[in-house]
Every structure is written in structure tokens, then in C-alpha cells.
Design a protein around this ligand. Structure first.
Ligand code: CAA
Length: 387
């Protein structure tokens, strides 16, 4: 692995950092407090090419590589995790899936408006009774007698960007007898009849990212909007999550970096017993552990992104690297934000500083796109070959 960043990677890293610090940092606390979707800054991110970083320019994206994507999301997350969540779902769960498995017509119709930031995309896999056990879904898609369309009925839950999405990638059972092999994927227009958005979830963290239930009531999908072959939906969902998990690893690393940097500044400035608290061994140990884990999370995340890049040539799966990066980076984000709060003492508990928001935001990275328990299961199954 070449650890030097290319000129292009450094450019997107700097552009994302400048934008995040200038435009997102000033509004993040207020958006979090009000639980408001950041429409303005997300549209600006679209103009900068951040909503479809790996999508080729002809489909409205920036045409960059997976390492560039990871670097950019890390910078956005260091300013605000909610923006990074919306960015991550758009880029990977939605655009990457269609670019990888879609037809030419699907790429033009469903990727271009989302990658260019004119609209927001979403990914609907989870259901009220099936989160980790994703193939145990109840949403049904039944092919019409004339074979022209499917009719979808069922309920999806915890859909990131569900309240605002224009297009959604939906997974539904076309053949329930077949279990995971009976799942198919569809691209749907949320403005059509039978697409019902539930109430926006009141969340502990990433509060500016909007999440809701979606119900399908006799919702019609033209057969040409099925993504991939019938029965291939579960593999598509899992393949897309491999890419998504690298984005969540980068998001977690970005949150961790922001909390770490705030802690170093605070430890230098805050005086106790006549000297900066950075001079006390117990704070020093925390700073050393935080920095070391931050470095490890960054390297694992970039290594996974690099394996994704390589897979474009070799076709190899990067499931193991994505799961390891997501597992380690999300647990690192929890560790670092927890330590950061402790270093800040009472100020860490106050809404005057962003540290308490980093702490609340970090938690979701251990839950969505596969819990830490699921990542451990995926890693162990791949390593031992045992289920
Ligand atoms: N890539 C491609 N195909 C894959 C794959 C991958 N990474 N992983 C599995 N598959 C394929 C398998 O090869 C298998 O196909 P074959 O039988 O043809 O070989 C098929 O999928 C079924 O695989 P498993 O038998 O391993 O499936 P399982 O039922 O045991 O489940 C699991 C495996 C790892 C637990 C999976 O269900 C999982 O990842 N669960 C977590 C789901 C998750 O991450 N949900 C998050 C929702 S999205 C979200 O959070 C979005 C958001 O809004 C931010």
C-alpha cells in the first residue's frame, strides 16, 4: 500500500476541510439543537462534488477514488457528523450501488440528480422486526400479471434521509420461500403514490440527519427499475454495505479527530494546581492512548479504502477490511469522545462546547450499517470459515 496521498487526494482533503470549517462548524450546534436537516450546506456540498465523489463526471459526480472519498468524509465528520451521515448514504449506499449494479438508463435517471446534489438519496433495508438479521424482511414485491411492474407492500424503518429523499433503493422479498436468495432490489421515486413517510425519529445524536419509517402501500415499480436480477438483492445490499462501512469508519475517525484536537487544546490551556492539566500524568496517558488509537483508526480506514480501489481491478471483495475498519474506528470514536469529555470535565458536559455532541454522535457509528457485534461476526466468519 502506498501511504503517500496523491495531489488530487490532498486537494479534495483540503477543499473538504476548508468548506467544513468555514460553512459547517458555525451552524452545526444550532442544527443539532433544533434537529433541522441542513438543506443549504448539503446543496453546497453537492456543488463541490462531495455528494458523488466516486461517481464519474458524466453522471454528475467528481470522478475520484475511494481514498479521496474517505478523506473527504473524515473532514466533514470532524465538523459535523450529521452532514457526514447524509453524505455517506448518498455516496455509497445509494450512488455506489447503482453505479456497480445498475443499467445505463438507471445510472442516468437515478444517479445524476443525486451525485450532483440536486436531490438526496436513501437506502431502505431495515424493517421494524429485522435489523441485524437483514434477510428476514417482510416487505413484499409482487410482479404484475403482465410483467410490467412490481407492487410493493411493507414497512421500512430507520431510513436515513427518508424524510427528504427523492429516490430510494429498496429491498423487498420477491420469493419469500428462498430467504436471502428471494430478495430483490428496486429504485423508487419517493414522490409517487403509495410511498408514505412516517414521523421523523427523535434521536440522541446525528440529530440534523433526518430519519424515518417508510411504508409502501400498493406502490408500483416499473420492472425496468429493478436493480440487478431477481433474487440478487441481498448480495447487492451486502456488497453496498461493504462500501458504506468504509464511509462510516471515516465518519467515526473524523468525530474522533475533532474530539482529540479539542482535548489537546483544552489540556494545554486549562490550569489546575498552578499548571496546565496537560502536565499531569493521568491526562498525558489519556492523550497518548487517544492519539495512538486515532492513528490506527485512520490507517485502517485508508487501507480499507485502498483495498476498495484495488478491487476495481481485481474484482476481489473487501468485506474483511471494511468490517475491521468500521469496527475499530467506531469503537475508537466512542473511546476518544469519552476520554475527551472526561478531560474537559464540567465543560465537556456543557452544551457550550461541541464535545458533548461528539460523544452523542459517536455512538451511532457502533450501531448503523451493521453493529459492532455484526462486524465481529463477519470478520470471524471470513477468518475461520465457520458460521
Ligand atoms: N458481498 C456480496 N455478497 C454477500 C456479502 C458481501 N459482503 N455478504 C454476504 N453475501 C451474500 C452471501 O454470499 C450469500 O449468498 P450465497 O448464498 O449465494 O453465497 C448471501 O449474501 C447470504 O449471506 P449470509 O448467509 O452470510 O447471510 P446472513 O443472513 O447470515 O447475514 C449478515 C449475514 C452479515 C449478518 C448480514 O445480514 C448483515 O450484514 N447484517 C447487518 C445488516 C446491516 O448492516 N444493516 C444496516 C442497515 S443500513 C443502515 O444502517 C443505513 C443507514 O441508514 C445509515
Amino acid at each position: 500500500m502506498d501511504l503517500r496521498l496523491t495531489e488530487e487526494q490532498q486537494m479534495i482533503q483540503a477543499a473538504a476541510r476548508d468548506f467544513a470549517q468555514a460553512e459547517i462548524v458555525p451552524v452545526a450546534a444550532d442544527l443539532d439543537a433544533r434537529g433541522e436537516f441542513p438543506s443549504k450546506t448539503i446543496a453546497q456540498m453537492g456543488e463541490l462534488g462531495l455528494m458523488g465523489i466516486e461517481v464519474p463526471e458524466e453522471y454528475g459526480g467528481a470522478g475520484m477514488d475511494p481514498v479521496s472519498y474517505a478523506l473527504a468524509i473524515l473532514e466533514i465528520a470532524a465538523a459535523d457528523a450529521s452532514h457526514a451521515t447524509i453524505m455517506s448514504v448518498n455516496n455509497t449506499l445509494y450512488c455506489h450501488g447503482i453505479m456497480k449494479y445498475g443499467t445505463e438508463a438507471q445510472k442516468h435517471a437515478f444517479v445524476t440528480p443525486i451525485a450532483s446534489g440536486q436531490a438526496v438519496g436513501a437506502y431502505a433495508l431495515t424493517e421494524p422486526q429485522s435489523g441485524s438479521d437483514a434477510s428476514n424482511m417482510r416487505t413484499r414485491a409482487v410482479l404484475s400479471e403482465d410483467g410490467s411492474h412490481y407492487v410493493l407492500n411493507g414497512k421500512k424503518s430507520w431510513i436515513t434521509s427518508g424524510p427528504v429523499a427523492k429516490y430510494v433503493m429498496v429491498f423487498a422479498m420477491t420469493d419469500p420461500e428462498q430467504g436471502a436468495k428471494g430478495v430483490s432490489a428496486f429504485l423508487v421515486d419517493a414522490e409517487q403514490e403509495g410511498f408514505i413517510r412516517g414521523k421523523t425519529e427523535p434521536k440522541m445524536g446525528i440529530r440534523a440527519s433526518a430519519t424515518c419509517e417508510i411504508e409502501f402501500e400498493n406502490f408500483r415499480v416499473p420492472v425496468e427499475n429493478r436493480l440487478g436480477a431477481e433474487g440478487k438483492g441481498f448480495s447487492i445490499a451486502m456488497g453496498v454495505l461493504d462500501a458504506g462501512r468504509i464511509g462510516i469508519a471515516a465518519q467515526a475517525t473524523g468525530i474522533a479527530r475533532a474530539a482529540y484536537e479539542a482535548s489537546v487544546d483544552y489540556a494545554r490551556e486549562r490550569q489546575a494546581f498552578g499548571r496546565p492539566i496537560a502536565g499531569f500524568q493521568m491526562i498525558q496517558a489519556k492523550i497518548a492512548d487517544m492519539r495512538t488509537r486515532l492513528e490506527a483508526a485512520t490507517q485502517l480506514t485508508l487501507a480499507a479504502a485502498w483495498r476498495k480501489q484495488r478491487s476495481k481491478e481485481t474484482g476481489e471483495r473487501y468485506t474483511l477490511q471494511a468490517s475491521m475498519a468500521k469496527l475499530f474506528a467506531s469503537e475508537t470514536a466512542m473511546f476518544i469522545t469519552h476520554q475527551a469529555l472526561q478531560i474537559h470535565g464540567g465543560m465537556g458536559y456543557s452544551k457550550e462546547l461541541p464535545v458533548e455532541r461528539y460523544f452523542r454522535d459517536a455512538k451511532i457509528t457502533e450501531i448503523y450499517e451493521g453493529t459492532s457485534e455484526i462486524q465481529r461476526m463477519v470478520i470471524s466468519r471470513l477468518e475461520t470459515g465457520t458460521r
